[in-house]
Design a protein around this ligand. Structure first.
Ligand SMILES: [Cu+2]
Length: 101
């Protein structure tokens, strides 16, 4: 019985993990003008609930954001960069690995 219960819990954890597969998008942010802009943008994106990872490249004028898509979405990320002074757009990405939507 005890084993069954922990097996059920393990299964639930696995299913939850599958459900919240993090999503990664690339934002094009042409408004970056110097090497400190990425720092501001990264801080703004990290503040968005659900965002787990942010990589901002000044050279490429883009930000790669990984987030939990049950907690936030591209619109919220765009709003965050825009509020920080850097309007952005979602870069069309290569087909995502999880095309199950
Ligand atoms: Cu700057």
């Amino acid at each position: 019985m005890r084993f069954l219960r922990s097996a059920a819990i393990a299964l639930m954890v696995l299913m939850t993990a599958a459900w919240i597969t993090p999503k990664t998008i690339t934002l094009s942010i042409p408004g970056m003008t110097c090497a400190t802009c990425p720092i501001t943008i990264k801080a703004a994106l990290k503040k968005v609930p659900g965002v787990t990872d942010v990589t901002v490249s000044y050279e490429r004028l883009e930000a790669v954001v990984t987030f939990d898509d049950t907690k936030t979405d591209a619109e919220a990320l765009i709003k965050a960069t825009t509020d920080a002074g850097y309007p952005s757009t979602v870069k069309p990405d290569k087909p995502a690995r999880d095309g199950s939507r």
